[in-house]
Design a binder for this molecule. Structure first.
Ligand code: MRU
Length: 359
């Protein structure tokens, strides 16, 4: 069950309201930029629906929402259950949340972290203790994400040279994280330091996360930006207007192959053709060390209406066949560097990634 709140005082992407018994408040990103509206999620199905329909989206934000979703699930469980039965119900809620979207690994990473805490505590603790430990863990995931985004900003900002112009695809800003973003964080940090630069924003078909969300965030922070249709990126690069590309990630394989919003791979190919450096910014939680390469990353397929009838207006004949993969994979060889909380990984190789994270 969820409820809408108009004109919220807070502009937090998501926040927990209450204490042990509480609710998850999210900005409904499907309503931006027309309307800043929050929704209050009170149970697991509401969080699953919010993730699936992209009310909350972006890899880190999905993970945090799912962690709090699990806390909502626990509220419905009786204290009289034994710890083991309690744990098995928590596991069922985690499975429901995990089924919401397949590509961003942060979702599974956050749920796994929560389940480990639940399992450990269910060996000795009371139900009340398990509940408290899980809420504390969800809060820790959120707090860490805020700190990590600031670190990404610090490591990435020196790349943003004076009077340079960058291109970004999709939204990897504050709306895609607890706060501040991954790929947008270096821009925010550079702006705070007084640097002059410009950002081209790909509109990001079919759901326009670039136009609706990134342009909104950059505009709010008074960062000089220009919106372009995705198909204009080649021309803009050919005209010499772009000195660097910076995007986020949904899942990075052990060798650095990177899944991000559909269209990212095309931008990387264009950047290579124009000798423009292409960077990715992502936290460690976006790396999936179990997958040797990007071919193994599951790619979400979304509904045909998003392409043929986006935002309620039919733009293709009814019944025409549509293919709508939500993500693509950019091979590591096209990526100049990956900006992480541990520094910039370059060259992007399995060995360098392992060395950076001490694995
Ligand atoms: O389908 P979305 O809007 O969830 O896709 C989001 C992206 O592709 C982002 O670039 C990615 O999650 C990085 S967010 C910091």
């Amino acid at each position: 069950m969820s409820m809408a709140i108009k004109n919220p005082a807070s502009q937090a992407t998501l926040r927990w309201q209450g204490s042990l018994t509480g609710s998850l408040i999210l900005i409904d990103q499907t309503r931006l930029p027309e309307e800043l509206l929050e929704i209050e999620c009170r149970d697991v199905p509401a969080v699953v629906e919010a993730i699936r329909s992209l009310r909350v989206r972006g890899a880190p934000a999905i993970g945090i929402a799912a962690a709090y979703g699990l806390c909502l699930g626990m509220q419905t469980l009786s204290e009289e259950k034994g710890a083991e039965a309690f744990y098995s119900s928590v596991k069922q809620f985690a499975d429901q949340l995990a089924s919401s979207r397949p590509t961003a690994v942060n979702l599974f990473w956050a749920l796994e972290r929560m389940l480990q805490v639940a399992q450990q505590r269910s060996k000795s603790g009371s139900i009340a203790e398990i509940r408290a430990a899980l809420l504390a863990e969800a809060r820790a995931i959120e707090t860490e994400d805020r700190q990590i985004c600031r670190a990404l900003g610090g490591h990435g900002a020196p790349l943003i040279e004076a009077n340079s112009s960058w291109l970004t695809h999709c939204n990897a800003g504050g709306l895609a994280t607890a706060d501040y973003g991954t790929a947008l964080a270096p821009f925010f940090t550079a702006k705070q330091a007084g640097q002059q630069f410009h950002v081209f924003v790909d509109e990001t078909r079919p759901l326009l996360q670039g136009a609706r969300l990134t342009a909104w965030e950059l505009h709010q922070r008074q960062i000089d930006c220009t919106l372009i249709c995705d198909s204009m990126a080649a021309q803009v690069m050919k005209e010499g207007r772009v000195q660097g590309v910076l995007v986020g990630a949904d899942r990075i394989a052990a060798n650095g192959d990177t899944a991000n919003k559909i269209g990212t791979y095309g931008v990387a190919v264009l950047a290579a053709a124009h000798q423009i450096p292409f960077y990715v910014a992502a936290p460690r939680s976006t790396f999936d060390f179990k997958l040797a390469s990007g071919d193994l990353i599951p790619i979400e397929q979304r509904h045909a209406d998003e392409v043929a009838q986006g935002f309620g207006r039919r733009t293709a004949p009814a019944g025409v066949r549509v293919y709508n993969p939500a993500f693509d994979v950019t091979p590591a060889r096209l990526i100049r560097g990956i900006i992480t909380e541990a520094g910039i990984i370059t060259p992007v190789t399995t060995e360098q990634i392992r060395a950076t994270f001490g694995g």
